[in-house]
Design a protein around this ligand. Sequence first.
Ligand code: GDP
Ligand code: MG
Length: 393
Amino acid sequence: MEEIKTINVGIFGHIDHGKTTLLKQLSGHWADTHSEELKRGITIKLGYADTTIYKDGDNYNIEKKGAPIRHVSFIDSPGHEMLMATTLSGATLIDAAILVVAANEGIKPQTREHLMALQAKKVEQIIVVQNKIDLTDKEKARSNYKDIKKFLGEKYSSAEIIPASAQQGVNINEVFRAITEFKIPEREANKDPIFTIARSFDINKPGSRPKELKGAVLGGALKQGTLKVGDSVEIKPGRTTTENGEKKIIPIKTKILGLFKGSKKVDKLTPGGSMSIETSLDMAMGKSDLLSGNILSHEGKLPETSQKIKLKYSLFPEVFGVSSHIKVEKIEKKELLMLSINTSITGGTVGEIKENEMAVDLKVPAILFDGDNVGIARRIQGHWRLIGFGEII
Ligand code: GDP
Ligand code: MG
């Protein structure tokens, strides 16, 4: 039997448009697992949920009816305007996206900004779920559908728009079908591994006995390559230390003690799906996402850490995260920008700049791969707003 493939799908859209509710329908899980999020009812960090879609005639389901046809790792992103960096980091980890638009509210600032984030991170495959159709009449739903179509523009003109009600469970079958029709990108398991770390934690419960204590755990996505239990690995840029009053970043070396695909323990990892790595590092090093934004690979396989980045870039015509229309002014030399590189966010000062190319001196060094996509943000009205995107050259 052919192996069932895994796709990573991100869920995006304005706050309260129904992302987390839809995810619950699609995966059977509730992604808001952080206590502060439960209290406040919003998604703050990225949420993760894994599922397998089955097909029984025309019925797609997660109740194991029919034949399994696709594994899906979902990532739930926060819709709040303050959390754009998290959204960009989420967009780094996915192969395809679902953009949720509540039919009764229409296109909102974060709907726009999220579509731009997807464009910035070169996520080409998307579907739109036109949610909360239970709250609109036919006419309103139709005009909202037209608005969405127009909003998607030429770039995303082939994106399917699926009317649904996540809360009432209406038309979820079509969403499942569309997910199974996303193309799985080619996975390059034979190259040197590139694991982008999106979160890190200490999995020990208070009161664990020393013998049971485990090492720091890293969560993220393997973009290419293969990792095995027992591998000697390196994490870069690494951790900051002060030596003779001078700040230095040194790579971290560790060993892989365990690997997990979703919550399943495995011996080796290849690209596809959300995964985590148990390391031999002191647990304290992993706690509260300390290592997120770093890259892990086999020892000696990662490029040198860079303090400077060169980008070929384009700017959006206007700023999308705000309700008023603000034109994006051109980038000036010495300007301070915020760059989203893989799962890391770093500030930088613009150096040499031409029409569509610039060099930026990074405040926090990064590991750069030629051709990777970078989100560019500028501080506007007190918030970092996405103004364009670049490609590392
Ligand atoms: P998120 O911020 O995008 O993750 O939105 P949530 O999933 O947390 O949903 C926000 C609110 O909208 C919750 O009270 C949901 O119960 C409600 N909701 C979600 N989907 C629907 C829907 O299809 N119809 C209706 N009437 N309410 C919905
Ligand atoms: Mg949510």
